[in-house]
Design a protein around this ligand. Structure first.
Ligand code: AMP
Length: 351
């Protein structure tokens, strides 16, 4: 059944906000409950015990499945509960973009963005055509003539990524998986968390709807963040330690205020381009950037959904507090669903 029809069959006064119990789920449930929604946590094999430690973020109901793919089979059962799914980073990673496209459940955001996000080539095409400055890419390791970051397609969270300064250093690892070679940008990292609403008509307006900056974070990455304490690269090599970029947590940061107009301009262009390419990047998204010592942004990636970097801001951020106090991204999503329901425009934010 088409998502529109499923949505039409729903009792709109009994909408249940659901997601997989992981990633940003505490924040999503907390925000949804604050906005008066029922919540449902989808968990694998058993009820996760640690939720009982956080009563304000505990979903009203747990729904246990055997593995992530089973969610496709239980869609009918969840439809009966008027479920709207909030897809977070782990949701997409575990279920897979293709399966998410097939899921017969009303899902917050625009699923047509997924192919533009998961395919690195298409993502680059999108961001470059939106006028963003991105790190240079090398089509062959033999072309490496500056420090580069070698990234793997499947690898999430930076696992296995490595830095090489020339071809010989590349050969020391010589990966067998599919990789992308990207210029290593020196500077300071900022992960800028935006929210695009196609139905809100106040604030920072776009050709349709409006754009909000909800927070900025930086990732803690093991072991690169601390490994310097053990000595030089040569010493580390002797110890058999290679730098790695595995995300272990997130911290709150703010940008120099003079960089904010540029950050908004980049996000605005990304949204406008997405409206053209696939109907819009609806809801939360994150621009992953490095700011150089010339105060220029380089964008190395975009995430087209709620990212774990929004977790430090369950009770608001220095930016979201200037929109509304204690506004987390999870709560912002719930507010968007509430507004769309009131305006009879749910179909515009659900796919
Ligand atoms: P990604 O999977 O693209 O989010 O990258 C994982 C991590 O690698 C980032 O959080 C950064 O710390 C680092 N990184 C990725 N691309 C670059 C780049 N082009 N220059 C410098 N650091 C990068």
């Amino acid at each position: 059944m088409a998502i529109k029809e499923i949505l039409q069959s729903y009792n709109k006064t009994k909408i249940t906000i659901a997601t997989i119990c992981s990633h940003t789920s505490l924040q999503i449930f907390h925000g949804a409950k604050k906005e008066g929604f029922r919540t449902l946590g989808i968990a694998i094999e058993k009820t996760p015990k640690f939720y009982s430690a956080f009563p304000n973020a505990m979903p009203n109901e747990f729904f246990i499945i055997k593995d992530y793919k089973e969610i496709l089979k239980v869609a009918k059962e969840l439809q009966k509960k008027n479920v709207i799914i909030i897809p977070h980073g782990s949701f997409v990673e575990y279920l897979g973009g293709e399966n998410l496209l097939k899921m017969d459940l009303p899902t917050f955001g625009n699923r047509n963005v997924i192919p533009w996000e998961v395919n690195r080539k298409k993502q680059r095409e999108w961001l470059l055509s939106a006028g963003l400055d991105m790190p240079k890419e090398f089509s062959s390791p033999k072309e490496i003539n500056c420090p580069v970051m070698v990234k793997f397609h499947g690898a999430k969270g930076g696992k296995g990524y490595f830095i090489a300064k020339n071809y010989d250093e590349f050969l020391e690892v010589n990966p067998k998986e599919i990789y992308t070679i990207q210029e290593y940008i020196t500077g300071t990292r900022y992960y800028i968390n935006f929210f695009y609403s196609p139905i809100k008509n106040s604030g920072y307006k776009l050709s349709k709807g409006s754009l909000e900056l909800l927070s900025i974070d930086r990732r803690d990455e093991a072991n690169i963040d601390e490994v310097y304490k053990l000595g030089s690269k040569e010493e580390l090599k002797k110890l058999g330690i290679l730098p790695s970029f595995v995300v272990t947590g997130n911290v709150s940061v703010v940008l120099r205020e003079s960089l904010l107009p540029k950050a908004f301009e980049m996000a605005e262009n990304v949204v406008e381009k997405s409206l053209e390419l696939c109907g819009g990047i609806i809801g939360p998204f994150c621009l992953e950037t490095v700011v150089t010592d010339e105060l220029k942004f380089k964008v190395f990636e975009i995430s087209a959904r709620i990212v774990a970097g929004t977790n430090p801001f369950i009770f608001g951020s220095p930016y979201s507090d200037l929109i509304e106090e204690k506004l987390s991204t999870g709560r912002r999503i719930a507010k968007e669903i509430k507004l769309a329901r009131k305006l009879g425009r749910l179909v515009e934010i659900i796919s």
